[in-house]
Design a protein around this ligand. Structure first.
Ligand code: PMP
Length: 414
């Protein structure tokens, strides 16, 4: 056990194994541990800190709210914090995009949103089957786990896969058009695939290895769903909230999903999740799908404060230009290490460097941590280094973080 982490390594399971330090304070894209060492953050709370740590506008709003005794919990009651968030969300996000969604708060975690979405789809369609995709990640509770594609998380003891079929995601079968496969299987009585209640997908699979679906594939899947009256659920928990450059990750493809799951960064750094339900599909009776912690006012306050960034016309272009910095660096790394067959993929400010081996990625992560950078891996074998800084990261910190990874790769790969 290291001196820095004390009892925590033996008593707590979690990231302290990956990043053995006790962190004390954090501002923007840096964290400082108890010994005073500072780290750059490319991990970003697995996508829940798109605006960085302690964003000044969120912090000021929270301090003000607490200091004037704002209501903290709002299950089944309307509060000013909740109403203000809903107004801002409608005005800045939904209305300018011509979206007519009902907002349902679902609890603190992304999993809560996914559970609500699949239950709603089943109730609305009177069908129980769901199609999900290879490498998908939708959560670890029994319902959402059934949708998660990675076998590592599954066990026969957890019960049935809950009427879920996993089909190949875009790119999973190389050049084979897997949307066509879905269309054929639905049209063919002998395929064994029942018409599902819903198709659920991430437009960029964050935990699955930064697999990016093409616009054409997404549009084709949406069209197939429409033809068969299957609900299209977009899980934008990790890559929504601006991660791909637009507020919603499906905007570029022009999709009109039936249900959208949001969590992580929607709460401005605090726990919050919701589903957006296309208005005619809102099938719930009052109290039919509920949960105590689905009205956390502190999260509404922080969320309301950070959403105002979307009113700042420059923000989207800043995300794009930071993404280009990472992309051109990755291109150059892959050329440099051509013998190792590394490859890269991503969109906006979520990028992956596939180093092909989980043990190599783990070594890079450990060395980067020693050199003051938090970075994680994803993918079936944890073989994809994940570049997911805050959308607000200052350019010098971004360059410095990339320089750390570069130096580590040179040492580790040679
Ligand atoms: N969906 C996606 C796409 C996710 O990335 C995650 C979390 N990594 C979840 C669902 C589950 O969210 P949570 O861990 O907050 O339950």
């Amino acid at each position: 056990m290291s001196e820095a982490t004390g009892n925590i390594e033996s008593n707590v399971r979690g990231y302290c194994r990956l990043f053995p330090a006790v962190f004390d304070t954090a501002v923007g894209s840096t964290l400082t541990d108890a010994s005073g060492k500072t780290f750059i953050d490319f991990f970003c709370g697995a996508g829940s800190l798109n605006y960085g740590h302690n964003h000044p506008v969120a912090k000021a709003a929270l301090l003000d709210y607490v200091s004037r005794n704002g209501i903290q919990h709002s299950l089944d009651i309307a509060t000013k914090a909740k109403v203000d968030f809903l107004d801002t969300f409608e005005r800045l996000i939904l209305k300018p995009r011509g979206m007519d969604f009902v907002v349902q708060f679902t609890g603190p975690t992304g999993t809560n949103a996914v559970e609500a979405a699949i239950k709603l789809a089943r109730k609305q369609t009177n069908r129980s089957h769901i199609v999900a995709f290879t490498n998908a990640y939708h959560g670890h509770s029994l319902g959402s786990l059934a949708l998660t594609g990675n076998k590592y998380y599954h066990s026969e003891f957890y019960g049935s896969r809950n009427n879920v079929t996993h089909l190949p995601f875009d790119g999973y079968l190389g050049d084979v058009d897997t949307a066509d496969l879905l269309a054929k299987m639905l049209a063919d009585n002998s395929s064994g695939l029942p018409v599902p209640a819903a198709v659920i997908l991430e437009t960029v699979q964050g935990e699955g290895g930064i697999n990016v679906a093409s616009r054409q594939w997404l549009r084709r899947v949406a069209e197939i769903c429409r033809q068969h009256e299957i609900l299209l659920i977009i899980d934008d928990i990790q890559v929504g909230n601006g991660r791909t450059g637009k507020f919603f990750s499906f905007e570029d493809a022009g999709l009109e999903p039936d249900v959208v799951c949001l969590s992580k960064s929607i709460g401005g750094g605090l726990p919050m999740s919701l589903v957006l339900i296309r208005r005619p599909l809102d099938a719930w009776k009052p109290g039919e799908h509920t949960g105590t912690f689905r009205g956390n006012n502190l999260a509404f306050v922080a969320a309301n404060a950070v959403l105002k960034h979307w009113a700042d016309a420059d923000f989207e272009s800043q995300i794009a230009s930071r993404g280009e910095v990472i992309q051109s660096w990755l291109k150059q790394v892959c050329e440099r290490f051509a013998a190792q067959n590394f490859c890269y993929r991503g969109r906006g400010l979520i990028w992956g460097l596939d180093v092909k081996r989980g043990d190599l990625a783990a070594k890079v992560i450990r060395q980067c941590f020693q050199d003051g950078l938090l970075i994680e891996a994803s993918g079936a074998d944890d073989q994809v280094l994940k570049f997911m800084p805050a959308l607000t990261i200052e350019r010098p910190l971004l360059f410095e973080g990339l320089r750390v990874v570069d130096a580590v790769l040179c040492r580790v790969v040679g």
